[in-house]
Design a protein around this ligand. Sequence first.
Ligand code: ADP
Length: 464
Amino acid sequence: MKNLSIRIKITLWFTVILVVLVSCTYMVVFSVNRQLVQKTIRDELIRTVEDNVDEVEYYKNIGKIDPHEVDYYMAFRGGYLEIDDDFLDKVNEVYTSLYNENVTLLYGENPISKQTADLQFSDAKIQHLSINDTLYYVFDRKLTLEGLEGLWLRGVVSENQGMTQVAAITRLLLLFLPLFLVISVIGGYLFARRMLKPIKEISEAAAKIGGSGDLKERIEIGEGKDELHQLAAGFNEMFRRLEDAFEAERQFTSDASHELRTPVSVITAQCEMTLEETRSIEEYELALRTIQRQSRKMSRLINDMLDFTRLEMRAESYAQESVNMTELVQSVCFDMALIKEKNITLEYQVEEGVRMEGNRQLLLRLLANLISNAYRYGRESGYICVSLKSTCQGVELSVSDNGIGISTEEQPRIFRRFYQADNSHSGMGTGLGLSMAYEITKFHGGEIHVESELGKGSKFIVIF
Ligand code: ADP
């Protein structure tokens, strides 16, 4: 059973159910029909005999009988018995006949006359008589009108009469129910096969991806909204995310090796050059300082890359809380204003009581990245202005400077990973600060953009 395909299992399941259902239908129909037919026959027998009771009359004297008279007359006890022409002696296989109390047949027809000769009359009661495996119903009525004393009407009918109808219905059922069963099973099998076709395609696509490792492969099962289409869409989404994750990893490895190559080459070259001959203490010190600078840059780069990848891949779960932005911006600005670089002044205009849902650590990082860029690309004795306010669009945070600015062409590219504009000659950056700011903003459902003019300054605006 375990090795059977789902469609065979489904088909088997409803075949069994249908067989049980059909068998039960047979039994119910047969027994209900039989009971119904028996009741109908008995009712018919009683009705016919009762109707005939009024059709027999006794006359002491009837004079001359009209030759056109259709009723039947017979001499009886010095008078006449009149059997009306409405008397139904044989209708629907119900036979009614007139007897005297000695069970002598006076009028009518009784197919089992001989067998009923010994059967005592019993007024208004149905008696059963079994003759050659056939059940007969016998119904007697005593005639009570004056002159008719001692006369009985006896009706008989065979059960076979009704059972032929039951047999006909059963024959029909015997023919149609198996036909219906076969059509249902075949139809059900084809339907299950059609319905489960997407599963086959899903498993084939999954096997193909497993075999070739090509995550670009997608499951194509056309339009639809049922569970299988949802499953396929779920798989496709999973493949897309896996592809993105692998692509990000590949890109990270390539970027990391590319970015680390420069400091490593500088350190190697510096070491080789210094070791070529004996150097003075000053030359050794100079070489060591270069090596130290490059090592620091490498370490910064590695840290930034790891942080950035963790954020981009959502590898860490960053808890969300209600962050007091007023307090956060004030404390970051207070600390960073202490940086004595290029004699730059940092000012801040912060609205009171601004709060938002977010991750405190990430928001700190975002602001620190923007402010350190403003220092890095600021001019001598320049200024930096940080502002925080609540607007109709949301919480607006901006960092502006009067530094070197960014050209219009480069502005759309500066948020890319490792992108460094032409103006960044300091060699201190890693090219990851703004892409991290972009990811942090995206994480908080916000937007970041820059307004800048080369040589005049820049303004980074974040709206949450
Ligand atoms: P980096 O580590 O090089 O600063 P970022 O991702 O922080 O990398 O910034 C990308 C580039 O955008 C920088 O190399 C620089 O050219 C430019 N940039 C960023 N901030 C400013 C700014 N405040 N003024 C001028 N240029 C900037």
